[in-house]
Design a binder for this molecule. Structure first.
Ligand code: CMX
Length: 466
């Protein structure tokens, strides 16, 4: 199959010369593996579409804000636009319209693999199109080529004591990596705002490429006495290289990583890590600073750190009840957790109202590969017992498990036992969604974010409340 390559410069030249060129352009870019050129073709069309929509509906109301929403974490307020994914409360996440099973079916795989490779998912998130195998492979190659870390980032990581939490190390390394920001340099040199997206794209591709190297360095420094991470193989995919750098070469673990890094990528725009990245980016902080801010949010126990919390909780539970437990013992432990004023980690969600399909697909993975694993059995039994108890509590809006309830047990099975590290894996994946969104934020020229706040006195006065 012939593959067209169209460069961004060539595209700009074509745009100047041919006024009615969209059909021609589509033909030209359909088989191209040049993601930036494809975006350069899509962005003007999307800008026009949004402009026309805003002209027609700019003043149309899409919702109301109640006092409870203001005091209640802004739950349910429709207040931002987010392109890569949408979360349905009952059905779960759809990446550009595709459910997780559809992604597993339709996205390109690694040779001999059954799970989608995250490169294909990234292509889908940023363009809205399911990529060809050649397009996904081109991203694998590009990320391999962009993966090298500058020495000061390696030095910083090597200088941190092992008692610094892996998420803190991750955030610090991403922050100092902003020395390499092409966006920050272009902004300082006065680049026109119509070009912002191009530099955000370049930084995003560099950052995504380097994240596994940062993450693997943290893992080996913290848990493997600083033993080296080895070299990247440019003929292999992102997850393969990440697994190798971590020190895992079991093909099943690598497949798990492909699935893991795909499903944790995006969960629409309002969650803490996504919204923070978007918010900080709206101040035109570069993608490194914006994403590091998002990672500081992911490190909270009610968000991404919950996967660490789940494992700690399961281990405590197992220590108490052993492997031959009764349902009554499980119930007793869960009630004790609740009565001591703690949450059951891995359960509940701000938007979802059913079992998270990210939980379900990890369960499917486990049922195929580790059905007899005692920790998996415990997770399955907890799944039977927790929802009725949370329902009985009366106040929990979603008693069902979320993604974090399952990820740790799989990692434990394959020997990645250090649970304090788990949120770093989540963070590597989350880059795919939030950085795809950041490129579109700048492409659509979204302004600095600045919602209005009120004081309680001001709010009461505005409602004539005494
Ligand atoms: N265990 C115990 N209580 C829970 C609970 C749980 N798993 N989930 C919600 N509740 C409680 C809340 O703490 C709240 O109690 P108060 O009114 O006393 O403050 C009440 O139920 C209502 O909360 P909600 O509207 O159902 O849930 P929120 O939208 O406020 O919070 C979430 C959502 C995820 C923070 C919450 O369900 C939770 O704390 N779950 C456990 C932590 C967790 O698994 N987080 C990971 C989420 C996925 C991710 O981001 O990675």
């Amino acid at each position: 199959m012939g593959i067209f390559r169209i460069t961004t410069a060539k595209l700009a030249e074509t745009q100047r010369c041919v006024p009615q060129f969209s059909a021609f352009l589509r033909q030209l870019t359909e088989g191209s593996t040049d993601l930036k050129a494809i975006l350069a073709a899509k962005i003007p069309k999307e800008q026009e579409r949004v402009k026309a929509f805003r002209k027609a509906h700019g003043a149309t109301k899409v919702g109301d804000v109640t006092v409870d929403m203001m005091y209640g974490g802004m739950r349910g307020i429709k207040g931002m636009v987010w392109e890569p994914s949408v979360l349905d409360p009952d059905e779960g996440i759809r990446f550009r319209g595709l459910s997780i099973p559809e992604c597993q079916q339709q996205l390109p795989k690694a040779p001999g693999g059954t799970e989608p490779i995250p490169e294909g998912l990234f292509w889908l998130l940023i363009t809205g199109d399911v990529p060809t195998q050649a397009q996904a492979n081109a991203i694998s190659k590009e990320w391999s080529e962009r993966a090298e870390l500058p020495p000061h980032v390696v030095n910083l990581l090597n200088s941190l004591p092992t008692n610094v939490h892996p998420m803190t190390q991750f955030s610090a390394a991403i922050t100092v990596l902003n020395s390499e920001s092409k966006f920050a340099k272009a902004y300082a040199s006065g680049v026109h705002k119509s070009k912002y997206w191009e530099y955000v794209y370049e930084d995003s591709m560099d950052l995504i490429a380097k994240l596994p190297v940062i993450a693997a360095t943290i893992y080996r420094n913290t848990y493997k006495e600083g033993s080296g991470i080895g070299a990247i193989d440019c003929s292999k995919d992102w997850s393969f290289n990440f697994s190798q750098m971590l020190g895992f070469d079991n093909p099943e673990f690598i497949e798990l990583m492909r699935l893991y890094l795909t499903i944790h990528s995006d969960h629409e725009g309002g969650n803490v890590s996504a919204h923070t990245t978007h918010l900080v980016g709206s101040a035109l902080s570069d993608p490194y600073l914006s994403f590091a801010a998002g990672m500081n949010g992911l490190a909270g126990p009610l968000h991404g750190l919950a996967n660490q919390e789940v494992l700690l909780w399961l281990i405590k539970l197992r220590e108490q009840v052993g492997d031959k437990y009764t349902e009554a013992q499980l119930k007793d432990f869960i009630w004790k957790t609740l009565k001591s004023g703690q949450v059951v980690p891995g359960y509940g969600h701000a938007v979802l109202r059913k079992t998270d399909p990210r939980y379900s697909c990890q369960r499917e993975f486990a049922l195929k590969r580790l059905p007899e694993d005692p920790l998996f059995k415990l997770v399955s039994d907890v799944y039977k017992v927790v929802p009725p108890i949370l329902t009985e509590l009366g106040k929990v809006k979603n008693p069902w498990p979320n993604v974090d309830a399952h990820s740790g047990v799989l990692l434990q099975y394959y020997g990645l036992k250090e649970m304090n590290y788990y949120t770093v894996l989540f963070g590597v994946s989350r880059a795919l969604g939030v950085l795809a969104a950041l490129v579109w934020d700048r492409a659509l020229g979204l302004p600095i974010e600045r919602p209005k706040s009120l004081s309680t006195d001001g709010l009461m006065a505005s409602l004539k409340y005494k």
